[in-house]
Design a protein around this ligand. Sequence first.
Ligand SMILES: *Cc1c(COP(=O)(O)O)cnc(C)c1O
Length: 220
Amino acid sequence: MSNIKENINKIKSNIPKNVTLVAVSKTYPNSAILEAYEAGQKFFGENKVQELVAKYETLPKDIEWHMIGHLQTNKVKYIAPFVHLIHGIDSLKLLTEVNKRAQSNQRNINVLLQIHIAKEETKFGFSEEEVISLFQSNELTKLTNIAVVGLMGMATNTPNKEQIRNEFKGLKSLFQKLSTLNSKLTILSMGMSSDYKIAIEEGSTMIRVGSSIFGERNYN
Ligand SMILES: *Cc1c(COP(=O)(O)O)cnc(C)c1O
């Protein structure tokens, strides 16, 4: 058995049944994705539109593709025909564009709102206040071809486990607060290779794991 298959099986056997594993395949070749696919993995995450489209076109059609990275408004049209879930919605403008492109493809697209929980400036996302006022406004109900089905967050890149845990706790508590305003919220996407165990302890229902499955990434 290859390492990829072993890694997938090991992670799957160690996470609760209600937690979905998204295999983050950015930068890895199709051959690596196919190994994971043959181990039964059907959900894959990418963070670049061009790479996502190229992989969608060449790989098996029953793969569910997740866009997990920062998405530019002018690139939504390329993924709207097939994307399964967009994790990184960070503005009403982007949400409106996804709705428009979903409409022109006669689809409904599921999305997660990204919440800025990390201490780093470089991570994208809504603030807690922004997302609460978005839910209290009637803006979301006007967007008939999208469904906001949950929240996504990335913890600070730090060895401080308590800080990471507190950031995930904060996201979970916001998720619960918003769930009382919108019953469609079911997905809490938090946790990657370095912190998914903590994320699951704090209520994650979807983890995005790359390097623990595929090995160290080479960005060149
Ligand atoms: C790359 C990436 C991941 C996976 O990171 P690993 O450390 O390789 O598990 C998860 N989420 C997002 C948004 C990413 O860009």
